[in-house]
Design a protein around this ligand. Sequence first.
Ligand code: IPM
Ligand code: MN
Length: 360
Amino acid sequence: MGNKQYKITVIRGDGIGPEIVDEAIKVLDAVSHLKGFELKYTDALLGGIAYDITGVPLPIDTITSAKNSDAVLFGAIGGYQWDNLPRELRPETGLLGLRKAMGVYANIRPVRVYNELIRASTLKEDTIRGVDLVVVRELIGGIYFGEPKGRDGDRAFNTMVYSVPEIERIAHVAFKMAMKRHKKVCSVDKANVLDSSQLWRDTVIRVSKSYPEVALTHMYVDNAAMQLIRDPKQFDVIVTCNIFGDILSDEASMLSGSIGMLPSASIGDKVGLYEPIHGSAPDIAGKGIANPLATILSASMMLKYAFNEIEASECIEWAIAQALKDGYRTKDMSQYDAKEICSTSVIGSVVANYVGKCKK
Ligand code: IPM
Ligand code: MN
């Protein structure tokens, strides 16, 4: 056992953000204790709270702290009270700016169905049992960032734009991921209508030549939305642009029973950002009922991708599976098979406890 030390910038954000991040830290502390490495946390502001305190949703200090860390752990941002701010001051603009500043172009969103939660899904058991797919979402391009954008009286516009290098780098991430999994990539686009999608498709095909073992298919996004519900097991790695990935991953989260279960890793060439795929859920903020598992799983992805602490990462996954097996559920996944409907902090403690018993 060494005394390795990792620096984590912690961004709690708005709504349920602080509650769920606290539980992830509880679990991280348990696993770092178990595995004998040290975690150094530095808090940073982002989103509505950053606007309230500093006047901007993305303070320079946050970017500096993020860039000087080994990883960034992030909860959620946004809330009703900031919805009418001019766009440049909105919490969401802060998050997009942070992703851009960190250069995290690949957002990896694994969708896994825990057997214990099969009945929590609104879909049929046969359809979802064994689902194991990953959405690789391009994160710092496309219509989210394209120029020109804006409002001109009664007209408003955004631009969906991609360049070849932007598509190439995300395609490489998807193919490399597929090589470690079931060697299937489905590229999702709207090439029958959009020029940026035709370029996407042509470029993905070219990149695929470097990965002859990977079977590449293409799907239009409307069909993909349907296929995810009809037969989600057909998918291994889905690679798609920013906005399609945003939409499809929320859809895919319902395969797992709750959007509160889906973590993500946003990676680029430098420091990564680890964030649940869900939002700040202002309607339940402060009630202690939010599901922290997506954030805890994001912390597990951080251990794996950022620190290469594979055993520690697996211990967290194992601990979550144990907690679910024992019937611990937060409210969002409590319809069936719950022995105990617990608060955010109780399920966090249960997972942290199990981590302490991990034998990996
Ligand atoms: C997500 C969120 C963000 C996005 C919002 C909050 C800007 O929905 O991470 O999926 O659209 O990327
Ligand atoms: Mn989203």
